[in-house]
Ligand binder design. Sequence first.
Ligand SMILES: [Zn+2]
Length: 82
Amino acid sequence: MEICSFCGGVIERGTGKTVVLKDGSILHFCSNKCEKNYLKLKRNPIKVKWTLKYKQFKGKKVTEATPKVVKEKNEKPKATGE
Ligand SMILES: [Zn+2]
């Protein structure tokens, strides 16, 4: 299991994206959001509140890093009362 280079979350097997920079360093991203924040917007993960790195830096209790659960999109709406 890889760990996201930006948010610090666990990347589920078969998902995510790996980027190799010109200097040879390898970065793993769990989502497009993380990739854009790191490469394009050049944000520091410690200063972005939704990352696990921010929570760890602030000394907050972090529960186990779990991979994102993908919900099924085609859920049928529940039938309401007759
Ligand atoms: Zn991430």
